[in-house]
Design a protein. Structure first.
Length: 229
């Protein structure tokens, strides 16, 4: 998965490009998709049975078991949630296209994690305050698996992440982040030599432009279906 500053950044970009969406609700939706990382909710549930966006955006409500009437009051939250799946789809397509044939052997999950960690840290300063402020109005309850306990856990972890400055050489102030950052450091230490070549070739602005275009096209289709149905 792309990491959380990446998801917040692209939720923010979608709100600004599409208009009519609340950044705080969209950012909250973009992080809630990863409820499986910290609770018993299964990934097949939180990610609607797919890795990335494996279904048409118009099928999102059916996948989530929602009627349009129930979904409309949570449209910004749901748009952010769907943006998470769309980001992952475009993000890994770029990674696969960037790797050269000789780099593929031995490229494992930790190499992908290091790639994500280093790129995520570059976006910290570009994610602005509104998208980091998660609302507490219970909008997430539109998705039944986000019960009070599950949503509360994501709120705690997501809030800690959103306050983290993103620098691996800075010790986090929040105790919740200390263990996570320690793991991040170790992964980057082990894999930095492997990811240096692909990251050195990567055009960051082209990456984010392509991801943003895909996310916005996905959300336009979803919102047109939601608002017009």
């Amino acid at each position: 998965m792309a990491l959380w500053y990446t998801h917040l950044f692209h939720a923010q970009e979608a709100c600004r490009r599409l208009g009519g969406l609340d950044e705080g609700h969209a950012g909250w939706g973009a992080l809630c998709c990863d409820v499986d990382k910290f609770t018993p909710v299964a990934r097949a549930v939180s990610h609607l049975g797919e890795e990335g966006l494996g279904f048409p955006p118009e099928a999102f409500l059916d996948r989530a078991g929602l009627s349009r009437a129930r979904a409309r009051p949570a449209r910004s939250f749901l748009a952010g949630y769907l943006s998470h799946l769309a980001v992952d789809e475009a993000w890994y397509a770029t990674l696969r296209a960037t790797l050269r044939p000789e780099e593929r052997p031995g490229w494992g999950a930790d190499a992908t994690r290091a790639w994500n960690i280093l790129l995520d840290a570059e976006l910290v300063e570009r994610v602005e305050a509104p998208v980091r402020r998660f609302p507490e109005d219970g909008v997430e309850a539109v998705l039944p698996f986000l019960d009070a306990q599950a949503a509360g856990t994501v709120r705690l972890v997501g809030g800690a992440y959103a306050r983290w400055p993103g620098a691996l050489d800075v010790e986090p102030d929040d105790p919740m982040m200390i263990g996570m950052v320690s793991v991040f450091r170790e992964i980057v230490r082990r894999e930095e030599a492997r990811v240096r070549g692909p990251l050195g070739r990567l055009d960051r602005e082209a990456l984010h432009r392509g991801v943003s275009d895909f996310v916005c096209a996905t959300l336009r289709r979803f919102l047109d279906d939601l608002d017009g149905g």
